[in-house]
Design a protein around this ligand. Sequence first.
Ligand code: PMP
Length: 418
Amino acid sequence: MSVRRAEVSDGIGAQLPVFIERADGGILLDVDGNRIIDLASGLGPTSLGASNRRVRERIVAQLDRFTHTCFMTTEYESYVEVCGWLNRNTPGDGEKRTALFTTGAEANENAVKIARYVTGRHKVLAFHGAYHGRTHMTMSLTSKSHPYKTGFGPFSQDVVHAPVPTSPRHDPAALGTFLEQVRASLTANDPASFAAIIIEPILGEAGCLIPVPGFLAGLREIADEFGILLIADEVQSGMGRTGRIWAIEHEGVVPDLLVAAKALANGMPLSSVTGRAELMNAVHPAGLGGTYVGNPLSCEAALAVFEQFDAGGILERAGDLGGIALGMLAPLVGSGHGVIDVRVRGAMIGIEFGDDESLEPSTERARAVTRHCHANGVLALTNGVHENVIRLLPPVVIDPDLFRDGIQVIVDGILAAS
Ligand code: PMP
């Protein structure tokens, strides 16, 4: 038995069990000296590279000052500056406020807490395929049972799931039909008891499913009609990944609460909830918080990320990667190689596998291609409702030629598997 197996809980899995020595710019160097092309960014956070120079500089400088005070006991400026940037750079005009937390799940929990407090209601509408975290409430909001929920119930009785239309090929029913189903899910469960509708503007763990145009705008209307808050979970899709700072901007929709994490601090643990001042200020003082919320090292990392966004070019780079991926992968769809859909929005990419005729999902084909990638030095991860999607979240700063090399390995794997 390896030392890892002897010491670490088997409940913590690993998709590619190699140990990393150094990492940056889209290359992971393992302890045996192997170079692996990184198309996963540590599940999304290290968007500006796993050893971003400016992030390091700011963290090192902060290390010389202090590592922690707890913002709820004594305050520091970086926390306030991070909130200010988010207030200015999230959708919607008017005065906003932000609260910082540590993980994506924790921020989603707090968004639900705020929505419940403000509305005085308790239920939450989430969507099939959604992933919102592994805490009790967010596990309830998450829809996929295995591996996230198996054996961990009971779950919150206050969560209702509705379908989300994601591609005309998969969901031939009209957009209106889906919006009617959302309305029906609310009306069947007393719409006046719903505090929030929570949605990922692109459903990451479901396999980068992109809701059809108009669906998010329709949700906005329904939420307004019933006095429900709309929460955008941008934990995975936010902070430039899709070629806009927030994926919901592609749809021109303004959520009531926007949740960020992952790439917010480029791999340092930090998450946020941003919304209109009257919502974010409604909760009584000390109703929100936690020992580590907005850790000073993480705040410095976020400020380094913001500097690089403000300098320009990041969003364009994400868009360029999307163009490369689409150009190389789109011709495979329906070409007899088991690729039934390719979804690309900037550097958020899903390649879906299944039967070319019936569109029946094929987990085995996705796994075979992933195995080919791993054997050939490319880190690509499978996910999706049926585990039949290869989801790519490359660092936005990856060299385009290196990215092309990585995609070529995937293409070769697809051709070899068919
Ligand atoms: N929401 C979304 C959309 C996510 O993708 C994730 C993580 N994959 C989470 C929430 C949970 O974030 P964390 O793992 O930081 O708790």
